[in-house]
Design a protein around this ligand. Structure first.
Ligand code: GDP
Length: 415
């Protein structure tokens, strides 16, 4: 997470390595221990974020407290602006199988024990329940999956532990496949929209004229501070730019000092344009300017970062509503409102989500940091309890560590 730049001669490199390797081993052990300790709570406060105790909203404050409690002391102090991490040339492509080691570690222990017993008895159901609850699938989803499996075992459709695990896998895939996770991606050519989800094209008299002007797709990213919004905006920008879409970033998180700078770094990496406002400035103006600029310069998509924490919950909700209204003014057209949730917060993330759902019509969830948690089951809880599709998943800090949600690959990797 910390970008380090080293310039040294050959001998300095050798000496440096002799000192650095043992330090890295010790440091790695400490980092692992810190992660283990933080398993039950929120991920550490991101470096570069200035701690603020201004938020009074209960849910938001709770998650922030959990984050601060989990953070090592030196990470709580304001730190220099966080650089967008550079994936090394040897970085493996992010795959569910490769990155869900923690989640798989938890489940495989239980499932291995269940399989090895062969027969299904009372203890099997207890173990299965414990596994699903610990993986943060949620009580509701766990109960419904177990009820289905019990009925099928009683009816003789499922015979033996292996068949039970396979049936559980199929149930989870089915549960996760119900929501439409399609992203409103622009079609080939600037400004053309294939699936305007939130602001449909105008109809009635004058519609042809209105449709003739190239609309600018706006994607809003909302969520609590530290969940990975800015990083996700950067990753999406990179992905769209790589597929030939002209992207403009709007640094709508004017509340957090470092967010604009962090986004600038992502913009330059993706070769995307960026509109920034003054710190503490009006985020709606930033988004408005971004849409105007996008239209003038022929950018098809505006990706707008937003603040996750204001002085109180009412301010936050009002601010988001205003941003949403302004972003939807022609030529702007809001096609995605993505709620970014941090998988490591588990069920707490669901409580946070409700605040944002009060403010804006969310079109989908981006679930970040799935690589850093055993609580992979939170995907099930999100879709079931919020009724929202998980559209994208963050599997690491690198630019390519963002994948489309794929229920079958996800469940396969968990098992
Ligand atoms: P924001 O406050 O919501 O904009 O959050 P940031 O984008 O600043 O991200 C907070 C921290 O989470 C940073 O250290 C990111 O590198 C890290 N992060 C974001 N997404 C992921 C992910 O998918 N996996 C991991 N391991 N870290 C992530």
């Amino acid at each position: 997470m910390i970008e380090t730049s080293l310039v040294a001669s050959g001998s300095e490199v050798l000496i440096g390595l002799a000192v650095a390797v043992p330090l890295l081993i010790i440091g790695g052990g400490v980092a692992f221990a810190v992660r283990l300790r933080g398993r039950g709570g929120k991920s550490p406060v991101p470096p570069g974020e200035v701690a603020s105790d201004a938020a009074t909203d209960v849910e938001l404050a709770r998650s922030a407290e959990a984050a601060e409690a989990a953070a090592p002391v030196d990470e709580r102090a304001p730190t220099p602006i966080q650089a967008a991490p550079e994936p090394g040339p040897a970085a493996e492509p992010a795959t569910y199988r490769g990155r869900l080691g923690k989640a798989r570690g938890l489940l495989s222990g239980y499932l291995g024990a269940i399989r090895s017993k062969g027969r299904i008895d009372t203890a099997t159901w207890d173990e299965l329940e414990e596994a699903l609850i610990r993986a943060d699938v949620g009580v509701g989803a766990t109960d419904s999956v177990l009820a289905d499996l019990k009925t099928r075992v009683k009816g003789g459709e499922i015979d033996g532990a292996d068949a039970l695990v396979e049936a559980l896998k199929a149930d989870l895939v089915a549960l996760l496949s119900t929501a439409d996770a399609t992203l409103a991606l622009p079609g080939p050519g600037s400004g053309s929209v294939v699936d305007p989800v939130v602001d449909p094209p105008p109809s009635g008299p004058g519609a042809a004229d209105a449709g003739a002007a190239s609309p600018v797709d706006v994607w809003l990213f909302v969520g609590v501070n530290g969940v990975g919004k800015t990083t996700t905006v950067g990753k999406v920008a990179n992905r769209l730019a790589a597929s030939g879409v002209k992207v403009l970033l709007a640094a709508g998180d004017t509340f957090r000092a470092a967010a604009g700078e962090q986004l600038s770094q992502w913009a330059s990496r993706a070769d995307a344009d960026i509109v920034r406002g003054a710190e503490g400035g009006d985020p709606s103006s930033v988004v408005f300017d971004a849409v105007q600029r996008a239209e003038a310069k022929g950018h098809a998509v505006v990706l707008a970062d937003t603040a996750g924490r204001l002085h109180n919950k009412v301010n936050l909700i009002e601010e988001l509503k205003k941003i949403r209204r302004v972003a939807g003014r022609p030529p702007g057209r809001v096609v995605e409102v993505l709620l970014v949730l941090d998988a490591t917060t588990g069920q707490n993330g669901l409580a946070q989500a409700k605040v944002f759902l009060e403010a804006v019509d969310v079109t989908g969830v981006v679930l970040t940091k799935l690589d850093g948690t055993a609580k992979g089951g939170i995907v099930v809880a999100i879709q079931r309890e919020l009724g929202l599709p998980v559209k994208l998943v963050g599997l690491g800090e690198g630019v390519d560590d963002l994948v489309d949600f794929d229920p079958a690959a996800f469940v396969d990797a968990l098992f």
